[in-house]
Design a protein around this ligand. Structure first.
Ligand SMILES: [Zn+2]
Ligand SMILES: [Zn+2]
Length: 130
């Protein structure tokens, strides 16, 4: 088994290719000859690049013209959509709750004001009596 190092222009190792017989890329998920590469845009250290996981037709999910996602990223994309939807819902709920809390507070302070008012009135009556 011969391993080949891929070096970038600074001589840093970018990756290693180990060829086992056939050089054809194999599906990352089942080992069949891969026909496609994952086009999922990755974030973090590889920002701006794509996943590029080799995959066969069975494991590629078409997400648009000439765009395919690997099973991992297909799931991730779905999860992100779900998370975004859930977050939007949460924000809506939080907004509603904040509005309700505001109303409760307003009612409470109005009661408080009335109570204080009658106390003062009572105290004033007491003063007049004496
Ligand atoms: Zn496969
Ligand atoms: Zn991928």
């Amino acid at each position: 088994m011969a391993c080949e190092y891929i070096l970038d222009k600074d001589g840093k190792v970018m990756g290693i290719i180990c060829s086992r017989g056939s050089r054809a890329p194999k599906c990352k998920f089942c080992g069949k000859v891969s026909a496609k590469l994952c086009d999922f845009p990755v974030h973090g250290s590889k920002q701006g690049k794509t996943c590029d996981a080799p995959m066969c037709d069975d494991h590629a999910t078409s997400v648009g013209e000439d765009r395919d996602f690997c099973p991992d990223h297909c799931r991730q994309e779905e999860m992100q959509l779900e998370t975004a939807e859930r977050e939007a819902e949460m924000r809506e709920l939080a907004g509603l709750r904040a509005g309700e809390a505001g109303r409760h507070e307003a009612t409470a302070s109005a009661d408080e004001a009335r109570r204080q008012g009658s106390e003062i009135a009572g105290a004033q009556r007491g003063l007049f009596h004496d």
